[in-house]
Design a protein around this ligand. Structure first.
Ligand SMILES: Cc1cc2nc3c(=O)[nH]c(=O)nc-3n(C[C@H](O)[C@H](O)[C@H](O)COP(=O)(O)OP(=O)(O)OC[C@H]3O[C@@H](n4cnc5c(N)ncnc54)[C@H](O)[C@@H]3O)c2cc1C
Length: 442
């Protein structure tokens, strides 16, 4: 047994998913661990995750899993190998928490309660003797001669052989993640890759989307382009989904991404899972110029057949109003918007719709365009893109390459993935590795 006098003193900053895992693992590996958490309780973001069900990992194959993080995914190879999805699920099982994979691969606690995930992590820390101090915002990490020496709060300073920075991102600040870690790391010489909102709703130009506020559409096809809506070349709309984490063809600008999923029109523009997934790529494109989206409102009908089918409907119900006929295909407000854009009065009888009008209506149903103004603010994003520059962190240990005894884990790093449990698995895996390495190497 290690002598208490010789135990490494490790201070973990932030009690989120990554910090709790790091603290528990460092203590399990023999260190004396203090966890400083800014809020009145740990794990506030975990509690709201997955609509309070906590989608904690995903059943995807390893390589596909890494793909979900885009270019920076390769940084995660060592941590995901050291503490894999199976290790995580076994860990939770060991803490008495059963997990279940849904048919789409997302993994949740079987109880469906995120609070059980937080309870399991707190139990792990307490089993291993981690000391937790709440309402202790850390202000600074002190270093001398290129090594961590102490961690400072307003109440005092704690001597440390190592510090694990696990302060999360800068979104949903009400959970405690206000971006403090970036400042602390920058003060020690670390570069911070510009922070951007990821998995965030998008604001649209004009009033087109706003007029449809409250309407949700299921299983529509959404394709984004790095150009103005009026300049979209319909020939470039791909036949299949493409984008981060989707295997297949290489994407070439101006095409950004194409995804099938659910969307919601809001007072500022667009939200819903399909929009969140492409939001970062769209926001990045917007910084270089323009971005727009086209929605295929009737994705089950092939382009070439859409006009024929419309013609058939118009023939069959020749005395009905065209507005009423369109309402068989799309919600009423969207029918109004499509007709307005096609320059056709909704009061026109089906048998009076001209061929060019019919062509226009079917084209707009397959290619309903919106210009993007920008993403909603970082505070509303599910994840922060950007963060501690990965070139300055050793992925095999999570230790800083600039300051000895400084470790990073979780969302404070420049890693982010799509929805599906990838972000939490990354937080747990990097947290485990950081805690393990800090205890071993100090
Ligand atoms: C609404 C929502 C739903 C989500 N759902 C999912 C999901 O289902 N699946 C998934 O994989 N991901 C999900 N995410 C993302 C996921 O929750 C985060 O990526 C993950 O929590 C990051 O873990 P972390 O430990 O790095 O940071 P956090 O969980 O944000 O924890 C950081 C902790 O550090 C503390 N802290 C900050 N500054 C200081 C300081 N100065 N001193 C002391 N403590 C400090 C904070 O109070 C906080 O407790 C969701 C995010 C949101 C916002």
């Amino acid at each position: 047994m290690q002598n208490a006098m010789s135990k490494k003193k490790i201070v973990v900053i932030g009690g989120g998913a990554a910090g709790m895992m790091a603290a528990g693992r460092a203590a399990e590996s023999g260190a004396e661990v203090l966890l400083l958490e800014k809020m009145e309780r740990p794990g506030k973001k975990v509690l709201i995750s997955g609509n309070t069900r906590c989608n904690l990992s995903n059943a995807r194959d390893f390589e596909d899993f890494i793909c979900m993080f885009g270019r920076n995914g390769k940084f995660l190879y060592p941590s995901l190998r050291r503490f894999s999805r199976n290790d995580l699920l076994n860990f939770f099982a060991g803490q008495g928490l059963k997990t279940l994979a849904e048919p789409d691969g997302r993994i949740f606690p079987a109880s469906g309660r995120s609070s059980d995930v937080v309870a399991a992590l707190i139990q792990y820390m307490s089993q291993n003797g981690v000391k937790i101090v709440m309402e202790s915002p850390v202000r600074e990490i002190e270093a001398s001669g290129g090594r961590v020496t102490a961690v400072c709060t307003a109440m005092g300073s704690y001597r440390a052989d190592a510090a694990v920075l696990a302060t999360g991102g800068a979104s949903y600040p009400q959970t405690g993640s206000t971006g403090d870690g970036y400042k602390m790391a920058a003060a020690l010489g670390h570069s911070i890759v510009r922070l951007r909102p990821a998995l965030v709703p998008l604001m649209t130009e004009g009033t087109k989307a706003q007029s449809l506020q409250g309407i949700s559409l299921k299983g529509v096809r959404l394709t984004s382009f790095a150009c103005r809506a009026e300049d979209i070349d319909p020939a470039l709309i791909p036949g299949k989904d493409c984008g981060r984490g989707i295997a297949g063809r290489k994407i070439r600008l101006p095409l950004i991404e194409s995804r099938t999923g659910d969307i919601l029109f809001t007072h500022y523009g667009l939200s819903g899972p399909a929009v969140l997934l492409m939001s970062l790529a769209v926001a990045d494109a917007l910084e270089q110029g323009f971005a727009s989206l086209t929605i295929d409102l009737i994705p089950k009908k092939e382009h070439k057949h859409a006009e024929e089918e419309l013609q058939e409907m118009l023939n069959r119900y020749s005395s009905r109003l065209v507005q009423n006929i369109l309402e068989d295909l799309v919600p009423s407000k969207i029918a109004v918007s499509v007709l307005a854009e096609a320059g056709v009065s909704g009061q026109t009888r089906a048998n009076q719709v001209t061929a060019p009008q019919r062509e226009n209506i079917s084209r707009i149903l397959k290619d309903y365009r919106l210009d993007i103004k920008g993403p909603r603010p970082l505070a509303e994003a599910m994840v922060t893109a950007g963060g501690i520059c990965l070139n300055e962190v050793d992925p095999r240990t999570m230790q800083s390459k600039l300051i000895k005894g400084l470790y990073f884990c979780g969302e404070v790093l420049d890693i982010d993935a799509d929805t599906g449990g990838f972000n939490l698995q990354a937080a747990f895996s990097t947290g485990y590795l950081a805690g393990d390495s800090a205890a071993i190497h100090g």
